[in-house]
Design a protein around this ligand. Sequence first.
Ligand code: ME8
Length: 513
Amino acid sequence: MRSRQPSPEPTYAGQDLSFYVTTPIFYGNGDPHLGHAYSTMAADILARHMRQRGEDVFFLTGTDEHGEPIAQAAEKQGVSPQELVDKSAASFRDMVVRVDATNDFFIRTTDQGHIERVQAVVNKVKENGYVYEGTYEGWYCPRCADFKNENEIGPGDTCLIHEIPLDREQENNWFFKLSAFQEDLERMYEENPGMIRPDFRRNEALAFIRQGLNDVSLSRSQLSWGVPLAWDPEQVMYVWFDALLNYYTALGYANEGEDLTDRYWPASWHIIAKDILKFHTVYWPAFLMAAGIEVPQRIFIHGYLLMGDKKMSKSLGNVLDPFEVIEKFGADALRFYCFREVSFGQDGSISTEGFEGRYESELANDFGNLASRSLAMISRYRDGIQPQAEPDPLLAADFDGITDRVRALFDEAQIGQALEEIWVLVRRLNRYVEESQPWVLAKDEADAERLDQVLYSLAEGLRVLTLLLHPYLPNSTDILLAALGQADLELAAYGSRPGGTQTEKIKPLFPKL
Ligand code: ME8
């Protein structure tokens, strides 16, 4: 867990300055792969940007450690569920560190703090009259840990997602009155269109709700690996309610002796992929309403990373190994590639060739080279001191409003679009070097003033872009900001820093292999 920076003064008015972002909690029965890293990096990019804006950020990730998928995997491997999840949690924690995510807490649903709070919330839901005893009969996918509706069943009673036969289940358990929330949910998404992003995902959620909501099992009787119900310890909580509650329970015990719930709840953004849309847009808000807890502000549903046209998944054996990429090229390169290559919100294909292409042409050439040569020229022609000069109006026109545009895109979690806006200016700055030819200006003393202006403007442009790129490229931008003599991370406008700062030359940020 990282220590929190004291929150600086608000940078602009009218904004709620607490920002709470989450990833899904990943199943503790497997190894992390790029898909998991993807959601983690997305949430981290948002968290880092918001910290730069002076917001009071809390960023949560973790592992989902109860339920049938875990119990089954443990049995298969001949270990206890606890042994399995301990091992898996350690590898997910390691993944989070390796992608350079700055999470404030890592929740495990086997934490005692989580279990107690889950029980308290479920008791409340029962007290409020939304729990009853009944018999479930129907189809169940053990891999999804999901009871399937008619239209979620494939040919031959199979799971549409996992393409495995569904189990016919009949058991007595406790039910959650999901049907009671049909109208409330429908109204909520109609009246607050921004709650689910992108918009086509909101339509999917609405379509699901409008077809009618059945009550769902709240507990399982034939399973012991879970959170026991306080009023009926023979039954454990259905794993999805246990898991979803992590977003809420974590705030209660993440910081010892301090309850962060009032400070951060409701969550600003849940970042998830489309596979778990139903749970997050239907079950989750309904359950919170039933407990009398505020619903999350917004949910961003991203697409799948595909290899070729297939979903990248361990069982299909087609994964771009994030750890290999990080080992060879660094976490910045992986973070950059994923959000540059795939439009955030859509499915998109990734490949080793695509990665290497972008590394070379965009990171090494467009950005790395721009940074090295700009600093090298300031060193050669002005002893490393950014000259005092008026910002070149040629660039001012291009940089005008960039920070506001990026901010507005981040407000919508449009992190790919924001990166594109920034990259347009990276390219612009490269053209500026070519157009203004500082090496020619340096040959004639009569051009000294113009050279001052060009070098000043280059350093300013580079500084602004580096600050904006920081959430994506935290390591290389740290090096670059130090070389530019920029002490703080707050977003800045072109031309806002006077000249006179001592700068340093740098080694290539993205060395070519
Ligand atoms: O569903 N592309 O856990 P999970 C993009 N425990 N993202 C991907 C991906 C891919 N190919 N593969 C996985 C669970 N993901 C539950 C969640 S939350 C209360 C409980 C990411 O380990 C994406 O975020 O199967 C997806 O939603 C999540 O991993 C599923 O992780």
